[in-house]
Ligand binder design. Sequence first.
Ligand SMILES: Nc1ncnc2c1ncn2[C@@H]1O[C@H](COP(=O)(O)OP(=O)(O)OP(=O)(O)O)[C@@H](O)[C@H]1O
Ligand code: SF4
Ligand SMILES: [Mg+2]
Length: 366
Amino acid sequence: MTAPTVPAAAASAGTETGPLLTARDLSVSFAVGSSIVARLRHEERLLHAVDGVDLEIKRGEALALVGESGSGKSTLARALAGLIPPGQGEIAFEGRLLPARRSRSDQRRIQMVFQDPYSSLNPRMTVGSMLAELLRVHHVVPRSEVGSFSRELLGLVGLEEEALSAYPRQFSGGQRQRVAIARALALRPDILLADEPVSALDVSVQATILNLLRDLRRELGLTLMLISHNLAVVRHLCDRVAVMYLGRIIEVAPTETLFSNPQHPYTRGLLAAIPRISAGTDVEPPAVQGDPPSPLRIPTGCRFRTRCPIAQPRCEQEDPALNAAAGDPAHSAACHFAFTSAPPAGAAGIAGIAGIAGEEQPSPSQ
Ligand SMILES: Nc1ncnc2c1ncn2[C@@H]1O[C@H](COP(=O)(O)OP(=O)(O)OP(=O)(O)O)[C@@H](O)[C@H]1O
Ligand code: SF4
Ligand SMILES: [Mg+2]
C-alpha cells in the first residue's frame, strides 16, 4: 500500500493527551411492546440495551469491544456514532460534549463499518457516484479533486480504479467490505467503529480485511473500535479490550493484561471458552451456566450474579462500580472481588460460556 495522501483527521487539532471519545453513564433503551394495544394495556416496557456505560477511547489506539450476543455492543457503537440518540448520559469528543443532533463535521469524525457490507451500500449507485456524492455533500475536497481523491481512496483499500464504475452487486463480499471501508474513510474520520466487519465474509477473506484495517490504522493513525466475537483476532489487533455484559462494560484492560490476568468472572469465562487460551492455566475453572438474563429484567445488584459461580449475598444488594486496580489504573473491573488476592469463601472457578466464541477463528497473518 502506498503512503497515503488521504490522511484521516488524526493529526488535526485536538487534545493529544486526553481521550478522543468518551462515554459517561451512557444508556440506550428501546420501547418494546409499543403497539397501541400494548400501551392501552400498560404493557410497553423498556429494554435496556446499553445501561450506564463508561468508556474512554484514546487517540490512535485499537480498542476491542467483546461480549455475548445481545450484550449491547452494536447499540453502543451506534450511539457513539450518533446513529441512535442516547436516552441518558454523555458522549464527548476530545472533551467536548456532542449534542444529540450532531453537526456534519462531528458526524464525519466518527464513522462506522457494518457487519454486512451489502446492506450498508446503496445497490443503485456505482462506487464512484457513491463516493462523489459523499465527498460533495460533506465538502471533503474541492469538486475538481473528487475524481482523484476517489481513486486514491480505492487504492488505500486495495481496489483498482475500475471499481469506480461498478455497482455493489458486482463485487465479492470481501471487495464490498473494502468499498464500505473506503466510504467510511472518505470522510476523513478520526475514529472507525467496526462492528464485526468480517463475520459475514468467507473465512478465506476475513484475514485480508482484518489486515487491511491493521494497515490503515498504522498508515493513517486511525483510532479503531473493533467489535468482535473472535478473541484471537482481538488479541492480534487490539491494544485494549473492553468486555460488555448485559448493557455495561464490566472489565477493561490492555489486551495482554486482560488475557493473562482477567479479574471479572465473566471475562474469565469468555477466555476459558477458547481452549488455546485457557490451556496451560493451573486451575481448570467450572462452567458459567445458563443464558444471560433479558435486558428487560436486569438483575438487581451485580447484573452477572445470576450466572456467577462466586456470587455472595452482597452481590444481590450492591451494584459493583467499574473500579481500577490500586496499582494499575489501566485495568478496571466491575466486581466486588476483583483485584483481591483470594476469591470469596465457597468460590469456585470459572469456565467457558458455551458458544461465546462460536464465530470462525481466522488468524490474521503477521
Ligand atoms: N431497535 C431495537 N429495538 C428493540 N430492541 C433492540 C433493538 N436493537 C437492539 N435491541 C436489543 O438490544 C439488545 C442489545 O442488542 P445489540 O444488537 O446491541 O447486541 P450485540 O451485543 O451487538 O449482539 P450481537 O453480538 O448479536 O451483534 C438485544 O437484546 C437486542 O435484542
Ligand atoms: S460482584 Fe459478585 S456476582 Fe458480580 S461478578 Fe463479582 S462475585 Fe460475581
Ligand atoms: Mg451486534
